[in-house]
Ligand binder design. Sequence first.
Ligand code: SF4
Ligand code: SF4
Length: 337
Amino acid sequence: MNTIRLAGTDLEISEIGLGGIPIIALPKNEAVSVVKHCFDLGITFFDTANMYQTSEEKIGTALAGVRDKVVIATKTAQRDAKETAAHIDLSLQQLKTDWIDIYQLHNVSNQEALQQALAPQGAYEAARKARDAGKIRYIGISSHSIPTALEALKTGLFQTLQFPFNFIENDPANELFPLARQQNVGIIGMKPLGGGLLERADLCFGFLQQHPDVVPIPGMRAKKEADEIIGLYANPKPLTETDLKDMENIRSVLGERFCHRCEYCMPCEQGVQIPSVLIFQAAAKRLSREGVTAWLGKAMESVEECLECGECEEKCPYNLPISDLLKENLALFKEYS
Ligand code: SF4
Ligand code: SF4
């Protein structure tokens, strides 16, 4: 496994990391075994979050004996200082470590969230104090919104940026990553497999290998998945003409129905949680039934409030047929649960 130095930091990490969502669904011993397997195959970068339920605990258990050989990133979705400080201490405990390498403000995807996090007594202040105290090394941010992420980068306060990036969601290559590079901010690519919707790993990672300073963090919930993905890095193959055509076909089929979670459609006056509803199918592929219901149950119920007013569709830059997608996802959810 090749390593790279993550821009904005002095961290040397494997060229791909492990994303901590899918192991939520595994029993602890199995999850620990998958994480250890990834480490044995050369992965030294592990990303998780307070919000990912048991993920920190499982990663902490798996890596306790090799802590000084790995880089651990985690996140909080809290926006105020007190709650963030409590989350940092909880993460340290669950990860069984004295320090967190990268602490990220999680899903800062609109103006309000960014302002709250950066305000006095906000999450950033707690992260800065924790950095001063040696509990964390670098402060990062994760987002699904290009305008919000651009604004965050311009503050110069963050050393890393985590953003969705795959061959369907490739706008950041031109609209966001150039500024990150200019600001010397390390780029972490979440959702390299489209959150589970893209099934051709060879195409996904062939595309990502064209952007070697973006470190993808695929979630892997079985050793054979790890073997396949890590194998694509051990023997990288350039994309062929046929691959490019296949990507274009997938893009044109999925692109008309693929929610980028940018939240431009929000808020809905009826309280419909549009982006959460539209990730249902991807979530159902990666998590257990109980996990999906606990996470998205309320969002799915909110669809019943939709008046089909069409306001969200006017705001969606990808022209998604949101009303239809909401109904389809609700019907699938009812069948599934
Ligand atoms: S169509 Fe439904 S989800 Fe969209 S804004 Fe109107 S009520 Fe909200
Ligand atoms: S429905 Fe459209 S506007 Fe709303 S989050 Fe998805 S892509 Fe963005």
